[in-house]
Design a protein around this ligand. Structure first.
Ligand code: NAI
Length: 335
């Protein structure tokens, strides 16, 4: 089989450390990959005049698949999020985040196994904001029938493909009657085509409560952009935190794999980052590329390593460095 050509975006903060760990693990798993490294993020703005230079998009358009580290976005000022821009530019409309308990990782729940399917291109993240008069800002939330139907179809198809039997659409249509109302209308219409899948609707605040009380009741959460962003981090907390939850941004033509976490400036460059989330994102990428066996082998190596508290990095309360976790995963590949 010829080598897979893949764009690698090391990103900001802990990005280079954790994507470096993932590429070491993929090489050790024997997957033939030719990386095209593309620089993006806050640290390259002065070099290219943009946090998302054109050559990054060009590279992904050529390779169709990318593994991405986190990109920093300044809060309340400065350039717009390059993450949101990337998802829009490549029409990566579906964010897929599997949230699963790993044996050995200290958490309050033992058997969480759900997936978040988040609409990735519109909602409050449309970035349409303006000053009406000093002291008053207007921010527009865009919900379209096209994007809501597309993400609902993706969610139900994903449920079928992964053997899940229930879809929960999360909303706030009691308050945002038109926008969230339209989202729900589209989800309901799609649900009618899947009589074997149980469909329920739950208000986002109630969902947050149920998630921290009994997350096992959920199999697949279908959400708009903002709710999905917030509840993804909450769900990460259910299974050990941001260091262990992988993710994918999928469109019709392109796929970008990345962890849920950000650039973690507080621990960047210290060798303390947990590389598991990006390694598991890389395993999702391998499955997407048809390398099922290598993907599964990496997932079970990560689970095996994290089952031993001696291998836990600092976010899980252990002593291991990023490199030690990476080396342990590589050693576990052959067991
Ligand atoms: P963050 O996810 O970077 O960090 C939150 C907390 O979790 C920090 O204490 C951090 O040390 C810890 N953490 C995150 N990942 C970890 C890992 N792999 N191992 C150990 N600990 C880990 O979120 P924060 O601080 O809100 O955002 C920092 C920057 O990242 C911001 O500029 C934000 O915009 C950006 N960001 C980028 C994302 C992306 O590129 N997809 C996603 C989320 C945030």
């Amino acid at each position: 089989m010829s080598a897979h050509e893949i764009t690698l975006i090391p990103g900001d903060g802990i990005g280079p450390e954790v994507t470096g760990a993932a590429s070491e693990v993929l090489a050790a798993a024997g997957v033939d990959i030719r990386w095209r490294v593309a620089e993006a993020g806050a640290e390259v703005v002065s070099k290219y005049g943009s946090a998302l230079p054109d050559q990054v998009l060009d590279s992904i358009k050529a390779t169709r698949v990318a593994l991405k580290g986190p990109l920093t976005t300044p809060v309340g000022r400065g350039f717009a999020s390059p993450n949101v821009a990337l998802r829009k530019a490549l029409d990566l409309f579906a964010s897929v985040r599997p949230v699963k308990t790993l044996p050995g990782v200290p958490v309050p729940f033992r058997d969480v196994d759900l997936v978040i399917i988040r609409e990735n291109t519109e909602g409050e993240y449309s970035g349409i904001e303006h000053l009406v008069v000093p002291g008053v800002v207007e921010s527009l939330k865009i919900i379209t029938e096209k994007a809501s139907t597309r993400i609902s179809e993706f969610a139900f198809a994903h449920a079928v493909a992964t053997g899940r039997t229930k879809v929960t659409a999360v909303h706030k249509a009691n308050i945002m009657k038109m926008s969230d109302g339209l989202f729900l209308e589209c989800a309901r219409k799609v649900a009618r085509g899947y009589p074997d899948i149980e469909y329920e609707e739950l208000i986002v605040d109630a969902t947050a409560m149920h998630l921290v009380a009994r997350p096992q009741r959920f199999q697949l959460l279908l959400m708009e952009n903002l709710y999905g962003d917030i509840l993804s981090d909450l769900c990460a907390g259910l299974v050990g935190g941001l260091g262990v939850v992988p993710g994918a941004n999928l469109g019709t033509d392109y796929a970008v794999f990345e962890a849920v976490h950000g650039s973690a400036p507080d621990i960047a460059g210290k060798g303390l980052a947990n590389p598991a989330a990006v390694i598991l994102s890389a395993a999702m990428m391998l499955r997407h590329l048809g390398e099922e066996e290598a993907g599964a082998r990496i997932e079970s190596a990560v689970a095996q390593v994290l089952a031993d508290p001696a291998h836990h990095p600092r976010d899980l309360g252990g002593p291991a460095t990023t490199q030690q976790v990476t080396d342990a995963v590589i050693a576990a590949l052959d067991q």
